[in-house]
Ligand binder design. Structure first.
Ligand SMILES: NC(=O)c1ccc[n+]([C@@H]2O[C@H](COP(=O)([O-])OP(=O)(O)OC[C@H]3O[C@@H](n4cnc5c(N)ncnc54)[C@H](O)[C@@H]3O)[C@@H](O)[C@H]2O)c1
Length: 250
């Protein structure tokens, strides 16, 4: 019970890494707000997790909705100890081929969403004295990848913002870290594989991209998020923790 009596908000909790994190947090004793653009998805996750989980519809890029999410958390559970900024997505394109609106939309969710959720959550996290924010960055926060210019830029920003927030809020007892997942078999990848003309070959190619020889599972990222959200990581702040099967090691 590593999160006994803790209250957490997890954004993007309707699928993939966010959903796996919510399951683990509830198993470890936390009460969890499952926040997602897709309300049906978080409703069905909450049904499975029981009374410890509260589903909320939110677009993390909209300040008013984010404030309402934090207010609802306080109203329902009385406090907030942990914020997991997980909601995000990637798009294809270099700077020439990326549509300007698509760039703005992605930045508003992947980077501004982290800013907005943190902005509204920190006044409550501060009241608890020993609290944590975990931002989901990516291996592409530190290495380049072709044809993902907006996504690479946003995730680089998430890693940098993590360091800034860690220093700004250390005296308030808030630790801020990021997790950099490698290639994870979440619903995003399931969709890419299903849509590929040769799904089997595409899956094999993705498995071979990391030295470990396979894609990661969402729960393998959730385990690191749990560590950083819990008091077990009490000295860790301002750091990025890579979980990528060796992807950035070669
Ligand atoms: N899967 C990977 O290989 C991988 C690798 C590195 C980083 N990441 C990051 O991990 C995080 C989770 O990714 P995943 O693979 O589990 O994705 P996923 O697509 O399986 O789940 C993402 C969830 O976020 C929600 N969401 C999207 N936009 C939102 C918004 N504006 N407001 C609220 N919720 C929103 C979606 O509805 C979805 O339920 C993302 O930030 C992603 O960039 C994923």
């Amino acid at each position: 019970m590593r999160l006994a009596n803790k209250i957490a908000i997890i954004t993007g909790a309707g699928a993939g890494i966010g959903e796996a994190t919510a399951e683990l947090f509830v198993k470890e004793g936390a009460r969890v707000v499952l926040a997602d653009l897709n309300f049906e998805k978080v409703q069905s996750v909450a049904k499975r997790l029981g009374d410890q989980a509260l589903p909320i519809a939110v677009d993390v890029s909209k300040s008013g909705q984010v404030k309402a999410m934090v207010d609802a958390t306080i109203e329902q559970f009385g406090a907030l100890d942990i914020l997991v900024n997980n909601a995000g997505y990637g798009i294809l394109g270099n700077v020439v081929t990326t549509d300007e609106k698509a760039w703005d939309d992605l930045m508003n969710v992947d980077l501004k969403g982290v800013f907005l959720c943190s902005k509204h959550a920190i006044p409550h996290l501060e009241k608890r004295g020993r609290s944590a924010i975990v931002n989901i960055a990516s291996t592409i926060s530190v290495v380049g990848i072709k044809d993902r210019a907006a996504y690479v830029a946003a995730k680089g920003g998430v890693a940098a913002l993590t360091r800034a927030m860690a220093l700004d809020h250390i005296e308030q007892g808030i630790r801020v870290n990021s997790v950099a997942p490698g290639i994870i078999a979440s619903s995003y990848f399931d969709k890419l594989i299903a849509e590929h003309p040769d799904p089997e070959a595409f899956k094999k190619w993705n498995d071979a991209r990391a030295p470990i020889g396979r894609m990661g599972q969402p729960v393998e990222i959730a385990q690191m998020i749990l560590f950083l959200a819990s008091d077990e990581s009490s000295l860790a702040t301002g750091a990025m923790f890579t979980v990528d099967g060796g992807y950035t090691a070669w």
